[in-house]
Design a protein around this ligand. Sequence first.
Ligand SMILES: NC(=O)c1ccc[n+]([C@@H]2O[C@H](COP(=O)([O-])OP(=O)(O)OC[C@H]3O[C@@H](n4cnc5c(N)ncnc54)[C@H](OP(=O)(O)O)[C@@H]3O)[C@@H](O)[C@H]2O)c1
Length: 300
Amino acid sequence: MNTIKNDEPSPVKEGNIAIVTGANVGLGFETALALAEKGMEVILAARNQKKAIHAMHVIKTRVPGAKLHFRKIDLGSLSSVREFAEYFQEEFRKLDLLVNNAGIMMPPYSLTQDGFESQFGTNFLGHFLLTGLLLPALKKGNGSRVVTLSSIAHKYGKIHFNDLNFSNNYDKMKAYSQSKLACLIFAYELDRRFKDSGFPAISVGAHPGVSSTNLGHQLSPVLRYFFPKIGQSAEAGAKPVLMAASSPSLNGGEYCGPDGWLEMRGNPVLVGSTKISRDPEIARQLWEVSEKMVNHRYLF
Ligand SMILES: NC(=O)c1ccc[n+]([C@@H]2O[C@H](COP(=O)([O-])OP(=O)(O)OC[C@H]3O[C@@H](n4cnc5c(N)ncnc54)[C@H](OP(=O)(O)O)[C@@H]3O)[C@@H](O)[C@H]2O)c1
C-alpha cells in the first residue's frame, strides 16, 4: 500500500540533485550533460578522475555555470561504493535522481575485489548496494527517482542461482545477459518495494538500444567493427534514460527504450520486457541473495 504520495511529476528540474554513475563517457556523459542543461546539480560518479575532470570541462563549455562534482566510485568494490555513499550523505542533504548507468560488457573472466563475477558485480551488485545506501537521501528528495540501465541482452538472460558468479563454464555473453536481467528485475522490484512501504520515490528501467560507445571494446574484432555501424549515437541512446528520469507521466515500474526495429534505435517510448524480468518470485530470491552478497539490508 502506497501511503506516502510522490506528488512531484519529475525530479529533473533546476536546483535538484542527480548522481550519474559512469558519467565520464558514453551514455553516462550524455545523461549528465542533459541533466546539467536542465539546471540539475550533477555528481559524476566515476572510477577515472582524469576522464571525469575532462567530462566536466566539456559539460561546462556547453553549459556555462553548470553545477558539477566529481567523486570517485569503483562499482566493482563494495568498500568504494560505501565510501561514495558516505561522502554523498555528508556533503548533500538530499538526492532527487540516481542513474545507475556504469557498466562493462563481455570481458574475459575476472572477479571484482569482493570475489563476484565482474559483470554481475559491477553492473548489478555495485548498484544494488549503492541504491540501498542512498535511500535516506532519496527519501528527502523531490519526486525522487532511481533509473537503472538494462539492455536488449536481458532477453537472453536468466538468473543462474546455482552459480551466480559463473565459477564453472564462464560464458561472457550469458554473464552479461544475467547482469542486465538482474538490473531490470531490480528496477521493477525496487519500485514494488517503494510502493509497498510507502517510500516517496519511483524506480524505472531504461535501455539505449545499440549505441556507439566504448562498451564494445572487449568484443571480437568483427563485432567491434559492426557495433558502431548498427548503433545510434550516444546522445540518441541516452534519450530513453532521460525519458525514464524525467517523464512526468511515469508512475514507476516502467521500462523505456527506443521504438525502432528490434528496439536497436529510435525515439524513446515505453517498451516491454521478458516474463522472467517481471516474475516477483525470482525478484524476491534475487533480492535476498543480493542483500547477503553485499552484506546490506534495505531499510525503506
Ligand atoms: N552502448 C550500448 O549499446 C548499450 C546497450 C545496452 C545497455 N547499455 C548499458 O549502458 C550503460 C552505459 O554504457 P555505455 O554504452 O555508455 O558504455 P561506456 O562508454 O563503456 O561507459 C561505461 C561507463 O561505465 C564505467 N565503469 C565501468 N566499470 C566501472 C566500475 N567498476 N566502476 C565505475 N565505473 C565503471 C566506465 O568507466 P571507465 O571510462 O573508467 O571505463 C564508463 O564511464 C551500461 O550499463 C551498459 O550495459 C549500453
